[in-house]
Design a protein around this ligand. Sequence first.
Ligand SMILES: [Zn+2]
Length: 248
Amino acid sequence: MPRALVFAFVVGAVVQAEADRPPTPQLTIEYVAPVKPGVSGAPADHVARMRVLIDMLDRQLQLHHPLTIAFVECGDANAYYRSSRSRVEVCHELWDKRRALYTHTGNGREAVDRRLRSSMTFTMFHEIGHALHDQLKLPLLGSHEDAVDDIATLWMIRLGVGEAARHAAYGHNLRAKQPHYAHDPWDEHGTGAQRGFAIACVLYGSDPERYFGVFEDMNIPAPYVGRCREEYPDRLRAWQTLLGPHLR
Ligand SMILES: [Zn+2]
């Protein structure tokens, strides 16, 4: 979905979201402007868009405890779910690090902005996936990081922002191609290329026509792409089994 359409969809949906939201929001957004010299972080309009998405999520999901999504300085370029504080933190430093990566690889300003916003949206949903696993005691098999990537991608498709996940797949793949990219075997995450492929695979499986070009730049042989279409119904059923009891 083009960015303008994504935003229009999101803004249109907020009217209904306001009507259906729980009386006390379970999900709230917090933004603390960066103060360290040289740190820019998330722009205010991105945070406003995330507020709309979070409102949509809030009216669909029944959590056990309130959860705060905070856009803050952390001291490092990362994102976290803090279980003890029931809080997701999307660090301003991560925003800056990714902007530098996308700019460095020769993207135009508009493409950098679109990809950056999209990948940071995915990161927020990834951390929310960790929060759901923790709060709702979701039984997960295999790597938790892989599982929450799937949970995040499927939530984004459900909320109409699958295109943002598509750019996140691109970003993971791009990161893995950098000259000094390294991946420790004990890293709880898959490699950038593996994470990018996994996200793209879920998107393609959900709608092969719409996401036909999602494997661009990944050099994936056709038989492996076909597998994504076969696996998608299982992934969706697993997501529905895990989260169905917690949907409003
Ligand atoms: Zn994670």
